[in-house]
Design a protein around this ligand. Structure first.
Ligand code: ATP
Length: 320
């Protein structure tokens, strides 16, 4: 549905996005995750035709955004980071105006607004001036204008930014509901947002792709911790012989149990085989548990790798 290919965007000398490629399939909810200034908004502005790419292509439903911006915008509902709302207007006035600006024919405007209002739970606010709405409800108005023309794709830039915890939960529920019929890409720097809403995450660091994977894969561990009681012999050697285990490290000792970390091949769950080996060896087992990293840990590891690769690159450049 969305295809980003070797995208680059420069602002003068600053390269905000570099060689970025990823795909979003129909029906997915994908999170674009990155620190402040990582390039998320830039990617979304290029995707929605508000900025020209320096190089590379973005296609939505097979339409290239640089060839047919209007054709792309027809398929997209966009909620910018600071959605421009007109505070003095009533909610229904604003939505009817947006329906007109979107080119929805006059006879279809009221049904389109009614559907968007229903989907976003704005029924009771229709004749309220936008300036008197809470931030959460203003965000609903932003979402309602984004779905007026029943787009196939929703592009949401930091949709819960600045909301209180209750509003955040409400907007996330709303996004999940909208995603039942629409492909969604949303940007955020909030890790819990990704975990709460998305199927897949594209991680940007300094404008470069650092990861593109399902949450399940990103959070799957390749480490199994094995605690064994006193008297267990040859533990590292026995663990290293288990299929799928690449190496074994001693973690420490506590209350008569020694804990070992078995580092396994990525994608291999060696836990059952480790348990069998431990039983066969007759060890007293304190616990055999696969480690589950948090998304925060995954993100920190990616940042650390990015920084060390950048440093190594600079050293190479200096030496050349
Ligand atoms: P945030 O989470 O803070 O919104 P972001 O990940 O959305 O950040 P961008 O807004 O895309 O990041 O910015 C990426 C980089 O490009 C930043 O260094 C930013 O300062 C720079 N930048 C963005 N817009 C412009 C512009 N119009 N002119 C010059 N530099 C810009």
């Amino acid at each position: 549905m969305i295809s980003v290919r070797e995208l680059e965007k420069r602002y003068g000398p600053l390269r905000a996005v570099a060689d970025l490629s990823f795909e979003v399939e129909r029906g997915e909810i994908v999170g674009l995750l990155g620190h402040n200034g990582a390039g998320k908004t830039t990617v979304m502005k290029v995707m929605t035709g508000f900025l020209e790419p320096t190089a590379g292509t973005v296609t939505i439903g097979g339409v290239d955004v640089t060839q047919d911006r209007i054709g792309v915008q027809r398929q997209i509902g966009y909620l910018p980071e600071n959605a421009p709302l007109y505070p003095e207007m009533l909610v229904q006035e604003y939505l009817l105006m947006m329906a007109e600006l979107r080119g929805i024919p006059p006879e279809k405007r009221i049904p389109a607004v009614a559907d968007a209002v229903k989907a976003t739970g704005l029924d009771a606010r229709l004749v309220q001036p936008i300036s008197t709405l809470s931030k959460g409800y203003r965000q609903r108005v932003g979402l309602a204008q984004a779905i007026l023309h029943r787009p196939d794709v929703l592009v949401l830039d930091e949709p819960t930014n600045g909301l209180d915890p209750v509003q955040i939960v409400e907007i996330r529920e709303l996004i999940r509901r909208l995603a039942q019929t629409t492909t969604v890409i949303l940007s955020t720097h909030i890790l819990s947002e990704i975990e709460a809403v998305c199927d897949r995450v594209v991680i940007l660091i300094d404008g470069e792709l650092a990861a593109d994977d399902t949450l399940q894969n990103l959070l799957s561990s390749n480490v199994v911790r094995v605690s064994v009681g006193e008297g267990a012999k040859d533990v590292p050697r026995a663990l290293a012989k288990v299929d799928g285990v690449e190496s074994v490290k001693r973690e420490g000792e506590r209350a008569g149990y020694t804990t070992w970390r078995a580092i396994c091949q990525k994608g291999v769950d060696a836990t059952p085989a480790i348990a069998r080996a431990a039983l066969e060896a007759g060890w007293t087992i304190g616990g055999i548990t696969p480690e589950t990293p948090s998304l925060e840990q995954v993100f920190r590891d990616l940042m650390a790798r990015h920084v060390s690769e950048a440093k190594a690159g600079k050293k190479k450049e200096a030496a050349a």
